[in-house]
Design a protein around this ligand. Structure first.
Ligand SMILES: C[S@@+](CC[C@H](N)C(=O)[O-])C[C@H]1O[C@@H](n2cnc3c(N)ncnc32)[C@H](O)[C@@H]1O
Length: 239
């Protein structure tokens, strides 16, 4: 499977990849507060290590996480004992309930390898959304994926991470090869992860959302310092 998060899962949080979910949780909590409506349930598609659930803190909101990676779900189950996690594809899983909020965060939309798969996922998000529910997702744009074209070495006293990325403008896709050496006493544990992502022109994303039945679509730049037209990551709120 493309992007199967295997051994990398156990170090995902440790290497700081859980930071996005934490910042997204702050946004989502502000959104809930500003809107003045309390969701009773959240469906977190591509939930990864369940960091979003943890970062949302204690609440009465029913949470269900879905992810294709057994490794990521193992970490999630260890971190969030009371929550429900299901191993399945976000585009095709069928749950018997509807949710007030459906999420698909941190490049998860970029992980789908075709517009057809993305459309299927949007339809599935709509299918699982209650009448007044909100679907929130982010996606790296071509500007965001272009930044993958680099080599980076990050070294701390706990680990060294080497990232080697390539961007392919013709099909708006990128690969990144991540090699991490995590200190274990006098030795290092080596984990390796290849990630393949792609993006889609915003017009295609809007059309796909409309086709899926979303009537209201709000888009903003995830990074407030970037203008919408030059955003590296878009944040969509749909209902
Ligand atoms: C970069 S991680 C993001 C995880 C989590 N949402 C977060 O914010 O940390 C992308 C996740 O998408 C999952 N994934 C990729 N394709 C998927 C699919 N078709 N259905 C469900 N999960 C998927 C991967 O297993 C991985 O856990």
């Amino acid at each position: 499977m493309r992007n199967a998060y295997g051994d990398f899962s156990k170090y995902y949080d440790y290497l700081g990849w859980n930071k996005f979910a934490r910042s997204a949780a702050i946004r989502i909590k502000s959104f809930i507060k500003l809107r003045g409506v309390k969701p009773k349930s959240i469906l977190d598609f591509a939930c990864g290590t369940g960091e979003l659930k943890k970062a949302m803190g204690k609440s009465n909101i029913r949470y269900v996480g879905v992810d294709v990676s057994a490794g990521m779900l193992k970490v999630a189950r260890g971190k969030c004992p009371g929550a429900k996690f299901i191993r399945d594809d976000a585009a095709s899983v069928r749950l018997k309930e509807k949710f007030d909020m459906v999420l698909f965060l941190f490049d998860s939309a970029n992980h789908l390898n075709s517009l057809t798969h993305l459309k299927k996922m949007f339809k599935n998000a709509r299918r699982h959304l209650s009448d007044d529910g909100t679907f929130i997702f982010d996606i790296l744009t071509d500007i965001g994926l272009e930044r993958w074209e680099h080599i980076d070495i990050r070294r701390t006293d706990k680990y060294t991470v080497i990232s080697n990325g390539y961007y392919y403008p013709d099909d708006l896709s990128a690969d990144i090869f991540i090699e991490a050496f995590v200190k274990k006493g006098n030795k290092y544990d080596r984990v390796y992860q290849k990630i393949v992502e792609r993006t889609y022109p915003p017009a295609d994303i809007f059309n796909a959302l409309t086709e899926a039945g979303f009537l209201k679509v709000l888009v903003s730049s995830y990074n407030p310092d970037e203008e919408l037209e030059e955003a590296s990551r878009l944040w969509f709120v749909c209902g």
